[in-house]
Design a protein around this ligand. Sequence first.
Ligand SMILES: [Zn+2]
Ligand SMILES: [Zn+2]
Length: 362
Amino acid sequence: MREIEAAVVEAPGAAFRIEMLALGAPGPDQILVAIRACGICHTDLIMRDGHLPVTFPSVFGHEGAGIVAAVGTDVQSVQPGDHVLISFHSCGRCGACHDHQPGYCVEFVPRNFLGVSGPDDGRLWRGGAPIGGEIFGQSAFATHALAHARNVVKIDRDLPLEILAPLGCGVQTGAGTVLETLNVQPGESVAVLGAGAVGLSAVMAAVIAKAGRIAVLDRHQHRLALASVLGATVVTDDLATLGDGFDHIIDTTGAVDLVAASIDKLALRGTLALVGAYPGDPRLALDLSAIMSMGRKIIGVVEGGIDPQRFIPRLIDHYRAGALPLEKLIRTYPFAAIAEAVAASESGAVVKPVLIMDNRSS
Ligand SMILES: [Zn+2]
Ligand SMILES: [Zn+2]
């Protein structure tokens, strides 16, 4: 058992409060990571508010990056001292996992939202009672986290952990949707609804894919300005001026009315990818005839539809080549300033806040 600091959410809608907790030793397939950085993802705030099937009290945080401190007896992929990024968790046994599509794992919900542990797994404790951890197989708003061989990706030691932490969720979601799920081809047109971390990652990936028209919609002018810097050819806060006839439309907003209005902006055989969070019971009335006769598609995408073990190394190659200037999206905050970082995310002032954990002494 190890004493750690972690940001606990006591009940739905409560603040993140840093407390001392105890973390068990790694079980056979677990990896203890000394967390150096963790991005704040919109999903962390949705979980905090109780809109996903999470338990309370709980520790969230699912864009962890750090250094391996210990490994379980069955782990062969990493060893203490390795630098790693942590992504979402999956079972490794179902059809989707075998197809390298772990975002559609049959155990996605229990392994990522419920944080279920195996009987021999280490877990989080507070005052002798277990509390919610292992969210996304990590719970990385903490100085240490227990992850798994399947959701830990080893990276070179010269790479900046605080810049690459968001590869494990937000960046791979936007970039994977463009490069793998939609497989955007040179010259094709792409519209991105929402210029947060996922949307701007989609923009960077569309540039990598040599897309033609890249149109971005957002209500924040500073995000639209950033989209232009990253390679968007049209930026607007008004759907009416976004343009028409897109081969691909990527919704990262979760705004049902916007999704409904965007369908008419698809080209013949165009695809609308639903990437945002759609809490509650969102329903659309669809003109089925216009979808059928124009060969349009509407698809759902989880985590970009990628396998982190294969896709994160590909993203790192793009980062090294200068094609993923993630530092333009990121502002770092000390772990103790988590409230300020969350506020900056919620107001839209900062695209991707990243918390820095100073655990060098432990
Ligand atoms: Zn699976
Ligand atoms: Zn996320």
